[in-house]
Ligand binder design. Structure first.
Ligand code: ATP
Ligand code: MG
Length: 434
């Protein structure tokens, strides 16, 4: 036998029944986004490398060491598997002049790629769901996005997440803070690690985001950007927090929250949990009013967030939250293969009315479909609520026997094979997967 081929390290198959949890979450998101009037956008997984270099920032973990970049073999173009989707959305919005008639509220779901050390909650192919509102300068839209995320946690039953907020102000405020920060860090240069020393002149703000435990104390005592904010930035922040307060959303100010990406200004936020170790950020976002201009579009304000699907699902699992699994309404039991053509026509008609039917399928050839007993076993294992028995007696009468597999009494009733529409509804019960 040939050598077995394995999936790429850090890239996972999502298999049933687990995939049902993903579909369930995605369904919740679609319905919620519709209620907030956010529309779906789908951009390519591969983008020009320059989009991320300019969009995310050259001196960031992502661009420095996490991107899957390659050269197009045919024309030599530098390409990258998207490590996040904000840059792609912004490119698409600019490319198609989508803000021509006013702001746009958008959302996406899909795989992202980062070359990180795989561990729980950190993968090389992972999935994000994100929401972006482009063309709106007002702080009320920052708040709307936070309320939307909060509503999602409520909808899926996620507990134990807290909201941390900060403001990164505007470029002039950041410049003043940057100078103070460089002075402070230079004074303590001996305590910096290599990465921090490298970033001292290029991107000192990012040093505050360090994960190195040895530098936490130093970073905690550093000058706070929040203290450099002027009246306008503070007013923007207050509009956000007033709305959150009025909606009963609790939050804390985290002056060290700078986020991994370069493009943010004003509001930044993260939803964090203590239950996933150092992969505790399940959702992060903020305002990025300068990004569109940076990638060559017409300047326009924007704000958004992205959540990590794996981390959200992991946290739900950690909490022991029950996520409903898909269960067929009925399992079709067919003892004699000769009647399959007729039976399958009946199943088609049932499914056309919306009933979820799993058909028994057996071995090929002489062994046929297996005994009634073994078929009933399969029916039980499928989790179906009803068995549809297409036995010889039933077929002779032009009927099917419907047996309940759930109530323990084995209640049963006979129904005509012709005109299933009249009784199909009795098989259906409410499920999230309809
Ligand atoms: P972290 O600090 O954990 O590396 P980040 O700041 O790099 O996160 P963002 O770029 O803000 O993360 O991405 C938004 C969300 O996507 C994160 O909050 C997280 O839930 C998820 N995420 C980011 N990187 C990964 C990864 N490698 N594997 C799984 N989920 C991830
Ligand atoms: Mg990261």
């Amino acid at each position: 036998m040939a050598d077995k081929i394995h999936a790429v390290k850090g890239m996972n198959d999502i298999l049933p029944p687990d995939s049902a949890r993903w579909e369930w979450l995605e369904g919740k998101v679609r319905s919620l986004m519709a209620r907030y009037a956010y529309r779906n956008i789908r951009t390519p997984i591969v983008e020009p490398t320059q989009l991320f270099v300019r969009g995310i920032g050259e001196v960031t973990d992502i661009v420095e060491k996490e991107m899957y970049s390659f050269e197009d073999r045919l024309n030599g173009e530098a390409l990258t598997l998207r490590p996040e989707n904000t840059a792609g959305v912004v490119r698409a919005v600019a490319e198609h002049s989508m803000l021509y008639e006013g702001g746009k509220r958008l959302y996406y779901m899909g795989p992202m790629f980062r070359h990180e050390r795989p561990q729980r909650g950190r993968y090389r192919q992972f999935h994000q769901i994100g929401a972006e509102a482009l063309g709106f300068p007002g702080a009320e839209v920052d708040a709307e996005l936070i309320l939307l995320a909060q509503a999602l946690w409520h909808e899926i039953g996620l507990a134990d997440v807290r909201l941390e907020l900060n403001s990164l102000g505007q470029p002039d405020e950041r410049r003043a803070h940057r100078a103070a920060l460089i002075d402070y860090l230079t004074e303590h240069e001996s305590q910096l690690d290599d990465e921090a020393r490298r970033r001292l002149s290029s991107n000192p703000l990012r040093i505050l985001d360090t994960k190195n435990p040895a530098m936490q104390e130093l970073v905690a005592a550093a000058p706070r950007l929040f203290d450099f904010l002027g009246a306008e930035s503070l007013a923007h922040f207050k509009v956000v927090t007033d709305i959150l307060d009025a909606n009963g959303v609790s939050w804390t100010l985290n002056p060290r929250l700078v986020r991994g990406l370069d493009y943010y200004n004003l509001t930044v936020f993260e939803f964090v949990t203590d239950r996933l170790g150092s992969q505790g950020t399940i959702c992060g976002g903020g305002r990025y009013d300068y990004l569109i201009g940076q990638i060559g579009g017409k300047d326009a304000p924007a704000v958004g967030w992205a959540l990590g699907v794996e981390r959200v699902l992991e946290l739900l699992r950690e909490q022991g939250a029950e996520v409903p699994g898909p269960v067929p309404d009925a399992y079709a039991i067919v003892p004699d293969a000769a009647v399959l053509p007729r039976v399958m026509a009946v199943l088609q008609a049932l499914r056309a009315t919306g009933v979820q039917v799993q058909m028994h399928a057996g071995a090929a050839g002489a062994q046929g479909l297996g005994s009634m007993k073994s078929q009933f076993k399969r029916a039980d294992a499928s989790g179906a609520r009803h068995a549809l028995v297409f036995g010889p007696d039933e077929m002779a009468r032009g009927e099917v026997t419907v047996k309940s597999l759930r109530d323990g009494q084995g209640a049963q009733s006979a129904h005509p094979l012709d005109g299933v529409a009249a009784w199909a509804a009795t098989l259906q019960s409410p499920t999230e997967f309809r």
